[in-house]
Design a protein around this ligand. Structure first.
Ligand SMILES: [Fe+2]
Length: 166
């Protein structure tokens, strides 16, 4: 993450869904968006930006699928609608990457603001709703958290997220 005083997307405790592993994943998404903001602001060039877009896409996909698995395991009734939200965002991200990589269109700050607003509203809306529902029925996310952490460890090994922040 950048040391700039002005952070594009600052994490706030009110974003917590009270499942640590999910919060940790959301924080990584926030970090990747901040990294993208810095790269775009400083015109870091295609290679850097393409790498960040790739990280954003694969991390988001993995996070969504793990989150969907958690809701599935808990028999969460609104899983389908939630998956639809995820699917739409992935489509949007895909469009953004393609426009940038194939059509040479710049990434506009409006797009970054859109992603920031989307993530914040998604977390504070549907994500907090499913986590509250899981708590209400007494579902323990512990087994899921262990699985998810192990899967991300394997993925980080091949994707090397930390190289983004060098
Ligand atoms: Fe979600």
């Amino acid at each position: 993450m950048s040391n700039d005083d002005e952070v594009f997307f600052k994490w706030s405790p009110e974003y917590s869904v009270q499942i640590k592993t999910i919060d940790d994943q959301h924080k990584v998404l926030v970090d990747i968006l901040n990294r993208l903001f810095v790269a775009v602001s400083k015109r870091e060039g295609d290679k850097a930006i393409a790498g960040i877009l790739d990280a954003l896409m694969s991390y988001t996909q993995k996070h969504f699928s793990l989150e969907e698995r958690l809701m599935y395991q808990a028999h969460y009734p609104d899983l389908e609608a939630h998956m639809e939200e995820h699917r739409k965002l992935i489509e949007k991200l895909d469009m953004l990457s393609k426009k940038y990589l194939l059509e040479d269109k710049p990434i506009y700050f409006e797009m970054l603001s859109f992603l920031k607003t989307w993530l914040r509203e998604h977390i504070m809306g549907v994500d907090q709703r499913y986590s509250a529902a899981l708590r209400d029925v007494g579902f323990s996310a512990e087994a899921w958290e262990q699985e998810a952490t192990a899967e991300f460890a394997v993925m980080s090994e091949s994707k090397k997220w930390w190289e983004l922040w060098k």
